[in-house]
Ligand binder design. Structure first.
Ligand code: FE2
Ligand code: FE2
Length: 274
């Protein structure tokens, strides 16, 4: 831990081979140089742009991620399901509907976890939005339940929320709903980094979207030419993955260990060296 403050890096959606390369080549030295104590990466697009495989999750953990969060693509790769079930540091959205016994429909894995590192306890919750997305259970209620439970503990953890959502209003609403009760609410999923990072009343860091760790010249990660062709023709042509320089994107949040609240935020975009 760096002196009296905790420094946390929240990294946005790792996308495809370029995103994996950025995580492996930029992240380790960044975490060291920026004195980061704890790192959460969203990995839902790491493998081929949709989903993440078990081996690619191990690559992100080896690069320095302490926790990998997910989103609407969490269950895309079947080989990730056993990894989700077995490894507590791999999260998927928490607000899937509860299982009904006769349908055996419990989604694999878990939506939150508490992780101890260098004497500090961090609670990470992954929730998914419902506006312009699959209508899961209410992310506000899911977050409220988890956050209330953690904050009622004798020694509550530093609480970090990855809100994987399309709607800016839903993201801002959840952040303000949780303001003063958690250290950070970071939006993911749109892949476009927003410039609204700030500390809400009560010491909760917030940004609408962390941005994507992936190819810079792309349409939210995919090859621009194939994306343009889709837009012009309205035919679902295959989306190609570009081979182009990428960037690491996310947010550094500095937290006071006593109050467990955010002191400062800094938006991060580190392009690959040419
Ligand atoms: Fe994504
Ligand atoms: Fe997503």
């Amino acid at each position: 831990m760096s002196n009296t403050q905790i420094r946390i890096f929240l990294g946005g959606d790792v996308f495809g081979p370029v995103g994996l390369r950025c995580a492996e080549t930029i992240l380790p030295s960044f975490l060291r140089d920026a004195s980061i104590d704890f790192c959460v990466l969203n990995g839902e697009n790491a493998t081929g742009g949709t989903g993440i495989s078990g081996p690619d999750a191990l690559r992100l953990l080896a690069a320095g991620a302490d926790v990998i969060t997910g989103g609407n693509h969490s269950f895309e790769k079947r080989d990730y399901w056993p990894a989700l079930a077995e490894m507590p540091q791999l999260l998927r959205p928490a607000n899937f509907p509860p299982p009904i016994e006769e349908y055996d429909n419990a989604p694999p894995g878990r939506g939150s976890g508490v992780f101890e590192k260098n004497g500090i306890r961090y609670a990470v919750l992954n929730v998914q939005g419902r506006e312009e997305m699959t209508p899961l259970d209410c992310p506000f209620r899911a977050a409220d339940t988890a956050v209330s439970t953690w904050n009622a503990e004798e020694k509550p953890p530093v609480i970090l929320i990855d809100f994987h959502a399309e709607s800016t209003r839903e993201k801002e609403a959840l952040a303000l709903y949780l303001a003063g009760r958690v250290a950070a609410v970071a939006g993911t999923h749109t892949h476009v980094q927003t410039a609204d990072e700030r500390i809400l009343d009560g010491g909760t860091a917030f940004v609408t979207d962390l941005g994507m760790t992936g190819p810079i010249r792309s349409v939210i990660g995919v090859d621009p030419e194939s994306a343009i062709k889709r837009n012009i023709t309205q035919v679902l042509y295959r989306m190609e993955l570009p081979e182009t320089p990428g960037a690491l994107r996310g947010l550094v949040v500095t937290v006071d260990p006593e109050s467990r609240r955010a002191i400062s935020v800094e938006r991060i975009e580190i392009p690959e060296k040419a």
